[in-house]
Design a protein. Structure first.
Lengths: 113, 112
């Protein structure tokens, strides 16, 4: 396994369209996080999965955002009715145990026109 | 609420010019202070974890230290390939998710 994989790497969409990002974590990692990062800022927590259970969602995650992790494997993050303020890098990270040493993917960069 | 503040926002060094980056934190109880490196257009890459005041970790030209209120990332004789954004984070104390709370980072540029 070569690490956390995210797809697509780049997405350009028009305001109001829906977009979906996929994350494939390291295979033995049961914990998965989504973060959002805008230019000049650090990553901000969006949501957390332990296996298939979504255990926490940030207040940043409005009703237009939904995340899933069916069967505790890959995860998807969907944004409905995109807005220009959604433009950001969406990062996925996974971890096996409780060390806090996250393994991040390369990210999916979203540009909303 | 847990908070992380990094300084400076940006730092430009000449190759071989040593310096330090600062990370100040406010937490209910420290469960780990983390340093990550992030190259442009990439996800953060883990560098160090520190758990208690006085602890130090080293990796090549980097050394991370921790006090009760702040952490320093010392860069000795940097090379151009050390240019990146360095992020500091603490683990959220109150939740069960162990999520990390990041600072805004220090953008380091090392000129040859």
């Amino acid at each position: 396994d070569t690490g956390v994989s995210q797809d697509p790497r780049h997405k350009i969409t028009k305001r109001g369209q829906n977009v979906t990002f996929r994350c494939d974590p390291i295979s033995e990692h049961n914990r998965l996080y989504w973060y959002r990062q805008t230019l000049g800022q650090g990553p901000e927590f969006l949501t957390y999965f332990q296996n298939e259970a979504q255990l926490e969602k940030s207040r940043l995650l409005s009703d237009r955002f939904s995340a899933e992790r069916p069967k505790g494997s890959f995860s998807t993050l969907e944004i409905q009715r995109t807005e220009q303020g959604d433009s950001a890098m969406y990062l996925c990270a996974s971890i096996e145990g409780d060390t806090g040493e996250l393994f991040f993917g390369e990210g999916s960069r979203l540009t909303v026109l | 609420e847990d908070q992380v503040t990094q300084s400076p926002e940006a730092l430009r060094l000449q190759e071989g010019e040593s310096s330090s980056l600062n990370c100040s934190y406010t937490v209910s109880g420290l469960r780990g202070l983390f340093w990550y490196r992030q190259d442009p257009g990439k996800g953060p890459e883990f560098l160090f974890t520190l758990y208690s005041a006085g602890e130090e970790k080293e990796k090549e030209r980097l050394k991370a230290t921790l006090t009760k209120k702040e952490s320093f990332l010392h860069i000795t004789a940097p090379k151009p390939e050390d240019s990146a954004t360095y992020l500091c984070a603490v683990r959220d104390y109150g939740g069960a998710t162990n999520k990390l709370i990041f600072g805004t980072g220090t953008l380091l540029a090392v000129q040859p």
